[in-house]
Design a protein around this ligand. Structure first.
Ligand SMILES: NC(=[NH2+])NCCC[C@H](N)C(=O)O
Length: 485
């Protein structure tokens, strides 16, 4: 018998059939971002909410439902289209799709707020970090849970009364936490704009009955005990932060952690200690990338598509003509633009923790494919922008390397990354616009579960201004175990 059949929470790879995930549809808070705050709130620009929802994100939801929970969407196309109020997509509407496979963060939050012991704690915690007055805190307690859930996310009431700033980055649920086999690692965000997200998530994972199996299996990053004693200026250089976009469960025993603008080496060390202590994985590889906005997390630089296929940014890899060309110019005394990446792998062997290095990203990814996933086919790399200047960098900026795999070889990407899509085609992938594929599903001319080697393109004019792709917009909590795939 399949031993993991009854599991609700389990992820041991990035590519097996996705069975359950947490998402968050763009809420009204995103439409309230003002230009002067956009950068502080980690958006590249202000966005047009209606377009982002109707012409972009709603397609993503429909697509996920077709693969993960088809009953909820089949034969509904006409009704969904006719409803200008988007009831199908709104948790508070009677027409809401309400799936336990494609799970909305806001519903989980509303559920825990219904728990009489949780509501006052959560209200007090949010009021404290948002510096609300005592009177405001009392007022929150009077709201009914669905509305309160919205207020805690958007910062305002349906009538427009504003209590605190929105958390527009909650659409990037990936960053909140990562499931590692049957455990979950919660984030400790580097950016203040994302603190409330992780606070809300904590209350959900620790209290919601759906996550019962996680009791005793939630890993949190703690502050060093002597941290409080350090002088202020040193405190800020020693903070332990970690965001989900930097953590990838690439094989049943192997976790990757990016050391980046957002994830510190101290946090990574804590994670390694905790994972090895409890024998949750056998290997952790640390991938140190340049700490800059362009590459905020490792999943902006590479993601896996199939056991033997990866998409990545060539200028941070090695087997690309660029790097080689740059080395020539380096020798000639020119200023080089090639940026370095450093990789160390820690592994536990007979109870002892050892480490080794990898020279470049490709050799690490090849190791994952061949050693962890026992892949026999040749490992292939698809490069952002097909590695042609200046498309590699341009398309990485708009998430050409940040794809979500729904089932092995079937991934979701952004339509604006033309050259990367060409590169996928050259490697034998079919490319579809999400609208077209949905029509094929609706008419029964294509069956989601039968699809292979396909990239489905999501419209992305607004979404990409928020600087994240489909990988960031997903928190997988259940995938088929790799060796049962
Ligand atoms: N996993 C990711 N790459 N997430 C992208 C997050 C983007 C978001 N605007 C931020 O800067 O935090």
């Amino acid at each position: 018998m399949n031993t993991t059949e009854k599991k609700r929470i389990y992820v041991d790879s990035e590519i097996t059939k996705l069975e359950r995930l947490i998402i968050h549809s763009p809420d009204s808070g995103l439409g309230k971002v003002v230009p002067s705050k956009a950068q502080d709130w980690l958006f590249e620009d202000i966005i047009h909410l209606d377009t982002m929802r109707k012409k972009e994100y709603d397609y993503y939801v429909k697509l996920l439902l077709y693969f993960l929970d088809p009953e909820k969407i089949q034969n509904k196309a006409a009704a969904i289209k006719a409803d200008t109020k988007r009831g199908f997509f709104k948790p508070s509407s009677p027409d809401y799709f309400n799936s336990d496979k494609v799970i909305e963060f806001e519903t989980l939050l509303a559920d825990v707020l219904k728990m009489p012991e949780v509501k006052p704690q959560l209200v007090a915690a949010v009021s404290a970090i948002e510096e609300c007055s005592y009177v405001e805190m009392k007022k929150f307690m009077d709201y009914e849970t669905t509305e309160l859930s919205k207020i805690l996310i958007t910062g305002m009431t349906n009538e427009g009364e504003m209590f605190f700033p929105p958390i527009p980055n909650l659409i990037f649920t990936r960053d909140i936490g990562i499931v590692i086999n049957d455990h979950i690692l919660l984030n400790k965000p580097a950016k203040a704009a994302r603190s409330r997200e992780s606070l809300l998530a904590k209350y959900i994972f620790f209290n919601h009955p759906f996550f019962e199996d996680l009791r005793g299996k939630i890993i949190e990053i703690e502050e060093d005990e002597d941290h409080f004693l350090l002088p202020e200026d040193e405190q800020s250089t020693r903070v332990d932060t970690l965001e989900g976009g930097d953590v990838m469960m690439v094989g049943p025993d192997h976790l990757l952690i990016g050391l980046s603008e957002r994830t510190s080496v101290e946090a990574a060390r804590q994670v390694i200690n905790k994972l090895f202590e409890k024998d949750i994985v056998k290997k952790v590889s640390l991938v140190k990338i340049p700490a800059k906005r362009d590459y905020m997390h490792i999943d902006t630089i590479f993601t896996q598509i199939k056991r033997n296929v990866w998409v990545l940014l060539g200028s941070l890899g090695r087997t690309n003509e660029f790097a080689n060309k740059e080395l020539v110019w380096d020798e000639l005394g020119q200023r080089i633009t090639h940026e370095e990446i450093l990789i160390k792998q820690f592994y536990k062997e007979e109870g002892v923790v050892k480490h080794r290095s990898f020279e470049n990203l490709e050799s690490l990814l090849k190791h994952v494919s061949e050693v962890d996933l026992k892949c026999k086919e040749p490992v292939e790399f698809i490069y952002s922008g097909n590695n042609a200047f200046p498309y590699g960098a341009r398309e990485q900026w708009t998430d050409s390397c940040n794809l979500l795999v729904i089932q092995e070889g079937v991934a979701v990407g952004y339509d604006r990354n033309d050259k990367t899509m060409e590169a996928f085609q050259e490697k034998g992938f079919e490319i579809y616009r999400v609208e077209d594929i949905l029509e094929l599903f609706e008419s029964g001319r294509k069956v989601p579960s039968e699809m292979k080697n396909t990239v489905i393109m999501l419209p992305s004019a607004e979404l990409s201004r928020a600087r994240g792709g489909s990988h960031c917009m997903s928190m997988p909590i259940l995938r088929k175990p790799f060796f049962e795939n």
